[in-house]
Design a protein around this ligand. Structure first.
Ligand code: C2E
Ligand code: MG
Ligand code: MG
Ligand code: MG
Length: 288
């Protein structure tokens, strides 16, 4: 009896493995086909200056408009896209759409784009970004690339040279999800970051967990002493905002300010940014 049950378990395990392999294979071909069809689209999450509550820009977050009608979140397709080498084409498709969308928004607004560790080891990344900026007319000065600590574990001269050449163009580099990786301090010294983002896992619990609060406090004062602006992720309440303002955190994003939003919904929410930059400037001078 016991033997039989074990045998069934093994059979069941193999059947699951096979189903899993089939599922991944199906998804891979769907991702491959979906990229040129622009099924991967940019959503925009606002980033605010905490003290003045002023809009400073948007983080670009990919969403998959699956042909079945479902909207799929990045955690469900980015890892597979990374494993299959499709991440680069996918990210460039999303970035291109974002540059075109945001080009005519108020020229003070920055776009923050996520770059996966897999993309960062591509020795042609800087050239490809340069080419996309030139083709779309989006200014390098309005682009910020978010990279994670794990990107830098390789710490190859190649990665440093890519970052250096992008910075020479005027592109800024921020360190995403700070505090969740390894050897954070060494990397702060080795790489010339323009911004640090505190991971939302610390922000989430800082009001009722002493350790989280200590981590948020010390990352914020570290950033201040390095004279680097800092963005807190995952601000969901006004209490969180007030706490962060009080300790000197400069910028923030999270549900308090806005969820990631499609371009169409954003246009309804913030009509002023739909104006071409010229008109937006005229508008301001009329008021003053
Ligand atoms: P991330 O860069 O750390 O992005 C922040 C994530 O936090 C987003 O999840 C956002 O929706 C979520 N978030 C923002 N505010 C709040 C809040 O107040 N509360 C809570 N609970 N969550 C909040 P999302 O959109 O699911 O993206 C997940 C990750 O996928 C991103 O993490 C980013 O690393 C990656 N990703 C997204 N788009 C792209 C892309 O185009 N290329 C690459 N390479 N990675 C991407
Ligand atoms: Mg999400
Ligand atoms: Mg990010
Ligand atoms: Mg993050």
């Amino acid at each position: 009896q016991a033997k039989k049950a074990g045998g069934e378990r093994i059979f069941c395990f193999e059947a699951n493995m096979e189903a899993e392999v089939k599922h991944r294979y199906k998804m891979e071909s769907e991702i491959r086909a979906g990229i040129p069809r622009q099924e991967f689209v940019p959503f925009y999450q606002p980033q605010y200056g905490i003290r003045e509550s002023n809009l400073v820009g948007f983080e670009v977050l990919a969403r998959w408009k699956h042909p079945s009608g479902i909207l799929i979140e990045p955690t469900d397709f980015i890892p597979l896209a990374e494993d299959t080498g499709l991440i680069s084409a996918l990210s460039f498709s999303v970035m291109r759409q974002a540059f075109i969308d945001a080009k005519d928004w108020d020229h003070s607004l920055v776009l923050a784009v996520n770059i996966s560790p897999v993309q960062l080891i591509d020795p042609t990344l800087d050239k490809r970004i340069m080419k996309l900026l030139a083709e779309t007319g989006f200014p390098a000065q309005r682009l910020e690339l978010e990279i994670t600590e794990s990107s830098l574990l390789e710490d190859t001269p190649q990665v440093l040279s890519t970052i250096t050449s992008l910075k020479a163009l005027g592109v800024r580099i921020s360190l995403d999800d700070f505090g969740t990786g390894y050897s954070a301090m060494t990397q702060l010294k080795a790489f010339p970051f323009d911004r640090i983002k505190i991971d939302r896992s610390f922000v989430y619990s800082m009001l009722d967990n002493g350790e989280s609060a200590a981590i948020v406090n010390s990352i914020t004062s570290l950033a201040a002493s390095l004279d680097v602006p800092i963005t807190a992720e995952g601000i969901e309440s006004d209490e969180m905002r007030a706490y962060l303002d009080n300790i000197g955190c400069t910028d923030g994003q999270g549900w308090l300010y806005g969820h990631p939003t499609s371009k169409e919904d954003l246009m309804k929410l913030l009509p002023q940014i739909t104006l071409p930059a010229r008109e937006a400037e005229d508008d301001r001078s009329e008021k003053s």
